[in-house]
Structures are given as structure tokens and as C-alpha cells.
Design a binder for this molecule. Sequence first.
Ligand SMILES: [Zn+2]
Length: 307
Amino acid sequence: MKKYLVLLLILCLALAGCGRQSAQKEHTLSVVCTIFPCYDLARAVLGGEGEISMLISPGSEVHTYDPTPSDLLKIQNADVFVMIGGESEEWVNTILSSLPGGVRVARLMDCVDALQEELGEGMEEEEESGEAEWDEHIWTSPRNMRKMLSMVTDALCEAAPEKAEVFRKNAGEYDGQLAKLDQDFSDIAASAQRKKLVFGDRFPFLYFVRAYGLSYAAAFPGCSSASEPSVSTVAALVSAIKEEDIPVVFQLELSSGRLARTLADETGAKVLTLHSCHNVTLDEFQSGETYVSLMQKNLQSLTEALN
Ligand SMILES: [Zn+2]
């Protein structure tokens, strides 16, 4: 069924190919992004120039997203298409070759050192096992975000050389904010009393914990679709919390938080949210929250969890 859908979408693309606007003087730079971190970077660099859109709707689940024909048309008509390029975006591979040459594709996983998903302490093994997957959550480390910012900036400057000066200036400002964020996380980790984070949830923070020398225990890998932990997973997490008297158990944004609450009830730890920035709510989207503003909220929660 899904294969059939993809074929249909490719056909839509082929038919719509003739509809692509030819470059004109009044051409507005059009940027299409898959998920929030991509959107956040491109928005910062554009600074109001051009048109930008995000394919994932605010508040929706990133991992079960499938492109609609109108999404594919947007990509087809874009000057720059910004994507992460991981597991959740495998659908892109089926359309890349049919995209017009005018679409510049920035695949952000190409500009960082990718890590393989690992089976951490307490973690439930995934059913689909087999080969280890590349962990797509590269943006959870602000250091990676700085590299990704640079790639997005280059793509936008190539697409609109006349705006390059403005774009590079905007990028420089955002890079300063990311560098400050990185420094703040480094400081918290360096002065922390403990190094372990416990997640009663999925664990998309591998790049983050590696960047700051932290360890972790979590219920599910990366962005596993599983949500029912086994008895042994619950037991392992409870003992991880008790062993080191961990004060905070984390849940992710847009999560039911059920397991985190169970662990908290069992141990006396407090539940806090650590924002992974996969997506934002509609309210957050409309009020202009950025990756930096969301990660700044994580600073406080992290301080509590590590002390
Ligand atoms: Zn994910």
C-alpha cells in the first residue's frame, strides 16, 4: 500500500514538473524544511527574506510522517530543501532523483560525525533489530547545530548570492547564540555532582550526552515506536535511579509521560521535560520559539537533574 502511494506521488511530481516556475527577476527565494531543527536554522539565516515552510505540522508526530502530494510539490518548487536525512526521512530517497536540478538539497547528516544508535542501560531492544541504525538526532548537540547552520548558510547563499551578505550576518548572530548555549551546557556538566540522566521515555539525546561527557539510562532507543516497557526495563530504570539517588526522571515533549510518572512514583524522583526539539506545539510555533529558546529551558532542568 505504501509502495503504491509512493509511486503515485512520483507520478504527481512528474506531471507537475511542467508547472515549475521559471526563474524570474521577481523570484522569491523558497525554502522547504522537513522538521523543526532544519526550519529553525533556515529561518535564522533568512531573517525574514524569502518564503520558508516546514513539512511536519507543529504538534504532530515526526516519526510517522508521510509526505502528501502537496508536500512533494512544495519540494519540487523549492530553491533549497533542508533535511536531516536519517531513518525517518528515508522517503526522500525515493524522490531525490526525480527532483528538478534547480532544487538545492542540504542533507544535514552529511556535515556532522554521525553516531550509531546504541542499546543503553535499561533500554528495551527494538523488535526490528538487525543492523545498528545511524542515530538521526544530530541536532540535540548544539555543537552539531553550529556545523549544520554553516551548511544551511552555504546552501542559501548559493541559491541567492545577492543576499549572501545579509545571510552570513544573520548566521553569525545565530552561531553566537549556539556557541553561548554550548558553553552553558559545558559549564553545567563540568560543575555537576553527578553525570547520569535517566529517561522514562525514548532517548534521542545520544549526541547531547556525548558532547558533554554525560551518561544515561533510558527506556527505548532513539525514536523507537515502542511505548510499553517490559517489567525488566522498568526494574532496571528504578534501580538506576535508586542507586545514585537521581533526583529527576525525564520525559520528552509531546509524550504521554506515563512511564516517567511510574518511575517517579516508585522512587520519589521528580518528572521534568527535556525538550528534544523534534517538533514544537502550534502555540510554540506561532510564538516564534527557537531551538535556542527551547534548549535554554533545558538548562534549568539539566541543572536540577545533575545536582
Ligand atoms: Zn526522532
